[in-house]
Design a protein around this ligand. Structure first.
Ligand SMILES: [Zn+2]
Length: 88
């Protein structure tokens, strides 16, 4: 008869084998070209935004761009409204 403790050891060792390898210096690369290291189970990670290029951190530039898109959308909407009025 196997005791609970042995079962626990077997379970632990099995779990340890399944567990992916941990890379303490995994490389993370952003779409903007920024790279940094971080502990991860993957050796190399690619991300689309990071703290250097995310609008929340970079501030002005991208927010202005987003505002431009909003204005474009409003213009398009206004044009549609005009078309509706013309049809009547
Ligand atoms: Zn980035």
């Amino acid at each position: 008869m196997i005791s609970k403790l042995i079962w626990r050891i077997i379970y632990y060792t099995m779990k340890k084998d399944i567990h992916p390898k941990y890379y303490p210096n995994a490389k993370i690369q952003c779409a903007c070209g920024n790279t940094w290291t971080c502990g991860s189970t993957k050796e190399f990670i690619e991300v689309e935004v990071c703290s250097k290029c995310h609008p929340f951190y970079t501030g002005k530039e991208k927010i202005i761009d987003a505002m431009g898109q909003v204005q474009k959308f409003r213009k398009r909407l206004a044009r549609k409204e005009e078309m509706k009025k013309r049809k009547k």
